[in-house]
Ligand binder design. Structure first.
Ligand code: ADP
Length: 726
């Protein structure tokens, strides 16, 4: 080759151009060869090419140029590199091997052949292909993942190795936008895992930088430690190089992908774009899975609300409704939960529930230790007063520690677990009637905007259900108060009745004894007065005779009074049996007696077809006797007295009527005449004791019937009484 050509071509060539003599010693070494293989031209010249660039494993097969020119491949075929393009691995000065393409041309000269080797570094090309294949494989797998958890799992298992990272993590921004949560990590030490489980965006870490700026970070250990002050303390140990890449969808950064290398790693441009592409695939898959999850969650929420509606409608009992609510909420919506209802000046906690049943008593201790005054500045009180809500997707330990509660309460909260919190009003008819507080104990979940939405909706439904239950309870209470009052009243009445009955009985007993005992002296008075009248009448003057007659008259009246009183008191003291009685026959007996007393036959008395009734025969006789004799007694002047007795059946009763054509009674006395000793006339007009109708009334009532009258003054009266049909 002419030296002119050589000096023009060699430096400009894009490939390594090396010439060797038939012994394999280097005779030419261009600038590209210097760069690619790491040896300066002066170092290379005169060296055996095979020593210099053939990797140790291939040394034997490349011992000399002869074999170099007639070499045997793995399958035993003889191949010659001359005029062929071969794929080989070559070795750099630093010992690294790299893929290359080699072609050898023989230059025949007088002093023997000279070989020119053209060697092209294929590292970039091979790497690009490998990246392509890895990306293809990774995206294929990611496309199959359905849930966010599956996507994260795949990122750790497939993506990290494809990116040649020894360790790494995936995290996302929490709903509040100020905290990051670890979704998954690969090979992190326990301390890093704990630190990064949940951390504020204010940490000076690559992940935070990525979220804030949307820019990826690549760097060596030194460079990263210099740039991020928290990395040494909070980042993974033994980090030699790392990359942090944004996960974004729809123009919004929602998470990060961190790749950690145990070995020094330089991020060439091709590397960076490969990792960026990988992160984009991960973001896409994660976002898609998240959307699917959201949709599933939305469907789940609808189903939850439907179920809540049914469950809440199933009871009107307050405690049962509260229990149902707790069952609904824990564990599906929250790890622990409480309902606060107003009671006087405080909000009292009800329906406490914890997914870990063993912690319910702890929860009870916690809420009962700190009563919530309605006028206080506590969250629940404020919600109750204003109808607003609270939503803390992430409660950091620092925030909890800053609460003004006793160390004892702090310890309880820690044991209960409090990582995410929300509280919503329970609303009924536009009025806040209580507060529902929800908490998540584990860091795996946070209350999202959807959770809050669901809680608000449940608050409305539960509010109504609770209000109904409360109204129902009040109604029940007022019912039972009423019932109690009626019971008390009934009891009082019973006592009064008993008392009345007792005193009536005593009175009747007294009347009976008195009238019975009075009979003998009265009989003595009247009979001795009669004897005086018979035997000594002649010895008395007119006045004496008159006095004697008055004694006899009064004595007889007193006898009638006592007899009637005795009859009256006997109705109760001598009740007698009720049997089937033919009232027509009883009437016949009464009529016969009356007719025999009235020798002149001065009245008309009639009755036909009177029924058989269940009654005491003597009392029925007395009843008819009294009513009929009154009808005859209270006769009109100049009118022949007429009494008719009849009976008609109406339902369960026979209604008897005893009608006369006598003087009649003014309506105002209709009630009075049935009272004992009540008379409308003096004894000089109509003889009587005022006891007859009182006796009738008693008899009828004893038989379960009623007695009343109709009357027209100057025309006559009708007395009606009922007796039950037999
Ligand atoms: P007595 O007939 O002995 O006075 P009663 O108790 O039988 O007592 O009657 C009470 C009063 O009712 C009588 O005094 C009388 O004024 C009035 N009375 C009763 N029956 C009749 C009647 N058939 N017609 C008019 N007045 C009557």
């Amino acid at each position: 080759m002419s030296s002119v050509l050589r000096s023009a071509l060699f430096p400009a060539a894009l490939d390594c151009i090396i010439s060797i003599d038939p012994q394999g010693q280097i005779t030419e070494w261009n600038r590209d060869a210097e760069q690619t293989l790491g040896y300066a031209r002066a170092e290379a010249l005169g060296q055996f090419l095979s020593d210099l660039i053939v990797p140790p494993a291939d040394q034997e097969t490349h011992q000399n140029v002869q074999r170099f020119l007639h070499t045997v491949n793995d399958t035993g075929q003889t191949i010659s590199p001359v005029n062929q393009r071969l794929r080989l691995d070559a070795r750099r000065r630093d010992g690294q091997t790299f893929p290359c393409e080699l072609s050898v041309h023989a230059l025949h000269r007088e002093d023997g052949p000279l070989f020119a080797a053209y060697l092209r570094d294929l590292s970039d090309q091979v790497q690009a292909q490998a990246h392509q294949a890895a990306l293809y494989a990774v995206s294929g797998k990611l496309a199959q993942a359905v849930t966010p958890a599956e996507v994260v799992e795949l990122i750790l298992r497939e993506v990290m190795p494809a990116a040649q990272a020894a360790r790494g993590s995936v995290g996302m921004l929490l709903p509040g936008g100020d905290h990051l949560r670890l979704l998954g990590e690969l090979n992190y030490d326990a301390q890093t895992r704990a630190t990064l489980a949940n951390f504020p965006l204010t940490f000076d870490l690559p992940a935070c930088h990525v979220i804030r700026t949307g820019q990826a970070v690549f760097g060596s250990r030194e460079a990263l430690h210099r740039q991020f002050s928290d990395l040494a303390q909070k980042g993974p140990q033994e980090l030699m190089a790392a990359a942090a890449l944004p996960l974004q969808a729809q123009g919004r950064v929602f998470g990060y992908l961190a790749l950690v290398y145990d070995q020094p790693h330089t991020f060439a441009e091709a590397d960076q774009s490969f990792l960026t592409a990988i992160a984009e695939h991960c973001a896409l898959a994660l976002h898609r899975a998240q959307l699917l999850e959201d949709e599933r969650a939305a469907r789940g929420q609808l189903a939850f609300l439907a179920e809540a509606g049914a469950v809440l409608a199933s009871s009107l009992e307050l405690q049962t409704t509260l229990d149902h609510l707790a069952d609904l909420v824990v564990p599906r919506l929250a790890d622990w939960y409480a309902v606060y209802l107003p009671e006087g000046e405080v909000l009292y906690p009800y329906g406490l529930a914890h997914r870990d049943a063993a912690k319910v008593s702890l929860l009870r201790d916690y809420v009962h230790q700190a009563p919530v005054r309605i006028d206080s500045s506590s969250g629940a009180a404020e919600i109750y007063r204003t109808g607003t809500h609270l939503h803390f997707p992430h409660l950091s330990p620092a925030l909890l520690a800053a609460q003004e509660i006793s160390p004892e309460q702090q310890r309880r909260v820690q044991e209960l677990g409090l990582h995410s919190y929300m509280a919503v009003p329970m609303v009924a008819h536009g009025r806040t009637i209580g507060v529902m507080a929800y908490a998540l104990a584990e860091t795996q979940r946070s209350f999202t905007a959807q959770d809050l939405h669901l809680a608000l909706e449940l608050g409305r439904r539960a509010g109504l259900a609770l209000d109904h239950a409360r109204l129902y309870q009040q109604l029940q209470e007022s019912h039972s108060t009423l019932e109690r009052r009626v019971e008390v009243r009934t009891h009082e009445l019973e006592l009064q009745t008993q008392e009345l009955e007792r005193s009536n009985a005593e009175l009747e007993q007294f009347a009976y004894i008195a009238s019975h005992d009075l009979q003998a002296p009265i009989r003595a008075v009247t009979s001795f007065a009669g004897i005086i009248a018979q035997r000594y009448a002649g010895q008395l003057d007119d006045r004496g005779q008159l006095y004697l007659q008055q004694i006899i008259g009064s004595g007889e009246h007193m006898k009638r009074l006592v007899d009637d009183l005795l009859t009256f008191s006997r109705i109760h003291t001598h009740q007698g049996d009720q049997v089937l009685v033919d009232s027509q026959a009883v009437f016949g007996e009464v009529a016969r007696r009356l007719a025999s007393e009235d020798m002149e036959g001065t009245f008309d008395l009639s009755a036909t077809g009177l029924p058989r009734v269940r009654a005491n025969p003597q009392q029925l006789d007395q009843l008819l006797q009294n009513l009929i004799s009154n009808g005859l007694k209270y006769r009109r002047e100049g009118v022949r007295p007429r009494v008719q007795v009849s009976a008609v059946q109406g339902g369960d009763f026979w209604r008897f009527a005893v009608s006369d054509n006598g003087i009649g009674i003014e309506e105002q006395y209709f009630g009075r005449i049935f009272e004992i000793f009540q008379r409308l006339h003096g004894r000089d007009t109509f003889e009587g004791t005022g006891i007859g109708l009182a006796v009738c009334k008693k008899i009828v009532e004893r038989h379960g019937g009623q007695l009343w009258l109709e009357s027209v003054v100057g025309e006559g009266s009708s007395f009606f009484f009922t007796l039950p049909v037999e």
